[in-house]
Design a protein around this ligand. Structure first.
Ligand SMILES: *Cc1c(COP(=O)(O)O)cnc(C)c1O
Length: 385
């Protein structure tokens, strides 16, 4: 037990990082282990959102948007830096799903064109491909966890190139990190367009990639506001895209949503600036350490088994339930963790990755501020649910 005055024992080996991350945020009344769903925003991010909303009421939303243009442009530059692109390559939208929809809608792919994905491809993305009549094929993998086999992929790209490779750098249902840099490089050599879903990866993974497009969301590991997403498009792909141009804009600006949550974009700019201040590499190392610590604490507790390798460089851990449990029981356990123990985790049902997932897991996704006491609280609660 810690006393009220004892400093919390940070789970990250870089304790200043965890402590600073925690100090920058409101205290939480729960054990929040759910950043893969939505991270907790900092006070500065919340203040920026609230200040902008007030300003909209005081001076008119369009005047406020003009005043905020520099802040949003700073956010665009910072985000572009994290994605290895220029600020002119970034379109802001409402979510990762909206980014992917805007990209596919503008891309002149034909029905019957083939898309290679990892077996853990996100369910809603598969629905989009199906809607367009695209034929999905699994990339070769090295193991039952679905890590893409880059050498075999290189051979596939050379002998039978698809119209597109689409890769979730980290999937939704499992904290497995794909060799995204190598996949992008292989696609570039083969001349096959490659798109990266970085919704779970920006934060934990280096996403400075020369992919044709990379997209993601504000609210997860960046801990920005909900309702904001982004799409980064390489200049070489912009020439191929045919975006709908409601106001006559062309290129990347035509992909950006017109009506928007400006306060959210302002908040995201603050969240990204904070991540840059903390140091993206330091944050990546810290998040990997959080994942390793989480797996060490939880594996085997109450019959729950960690799916990921212990040292997978990802902050997300999924737990397979004890033998004989069905998905309904996992869902009930998730509810009980919240109601009886104040612990927030995700029920990760198989619909998140229908080509790979066979049964539900518990997804545990702490951020840098997690303490050992919080991980222990989950370990203590799991045998009781
Ligand atoms: C969350 C998630 C998405 C969708 O993001 P939204 O912002 O909710 O649209 C897409 N892909 C993966 C891998 C995700 O985890």
């Amino acid at each position: 037990m810690t006393t009220a005055t004892a400093a919390p024992r940070q789970a990250v080996p870089d304790p200043d990082l965890g402590r600073d991350w925690r100090a920058a945020r409101l205290p939480t009344g729960v054990v929040h282990l759910d950043s893969a769903a939505a991270g907790r925003s900092s006070r500065a991010t919340l203040d920026a959102v609230a200040t902008h909303l007030r300003r909209e009421a005081e001076t008119g939303a369009y005047v406020a948007a003009a005043e905020a243009a520099r802040a949003v442009d700073r956010g665009r530059e910072d985000l572009a830096g994290l994605l290895g692109r220029g600020p002119g390559d970034i379109a802001f939208v409402e979510s990762a799903s909206a980014a992917f929809a805007a990209l596919l809608a503008a891309w002149p792919l034909a029905a019957g064109d083939r898309v290679v994905v990892s077996p853990g491809e996100y369910g809603p993305n598969l629905a989009r491909f199906a809607e367009r009549g695209l034929v999905v094929r699994d990339a070769p993998v090295t193991d039952e966890l679905g890590h893409v086999d880059v050498d075999a992929l290189v051979r596939l790209l050379a002998t039978d190139p698809p119209a597109l490779v689409h890769l979730c750098a980290i999937a939704s249902h499992r904290g497995v990190v794909q060799p995204v840099g190598e996949v992008v490089a292989a696609c570039r050599v083969a001349g096959v367009p490659v798109v990266v879903d970085a919704a779970q990866a920006l934060g934990p993974v280096d996403c400075r990639l020369d992919a044709d497009a990379v997209y993601g969301t504000s609210r997860k590991w960046l801990t920005g506001p909900r309702g904001v997403g982004f799409l980064a498009v390489a200049p070489r792909l912009v020439d191929v895209l045919r975006p709908v141009q409601p106001w006559g804009e062309a290129g990347v600006p035509a992909l950006e949503s017109h009506e928007s949550f400006v306060a959210g974009r302002v908040g995201l700019a603050v969240a990204v600036a904070e991540l840059l201040d903390a140091g993206p590499e330091r944050v990546r190392a810290g998040l990997a350490a959080v994942g390793a610590r989480t797996r060490a604490v939880l594996d085997g507790v109450g019959g729950w088994v960690v799916v990921e390798p212990a040292d997978e460089p990802s902050p997300t851990t999924t737990l397979r339930p004890p033998a004989g449990w069905d998905d309904g029981r996992v869902l009930a356990a998730t509810t009980r963790l919240l109601q009886n123990h104040g612990i927030v985790v995700t029920f990760a049902g198989p619909a998140r990755a229908p080509r790979e997932a066979r049964a539900a897991t518990l997804r545990v996704s702490p951020h840098l501020d997690v303490t050992l006491d919080e991980l222990d609280a989950l370990a203590d609660a799991l045998p009781q649910v």
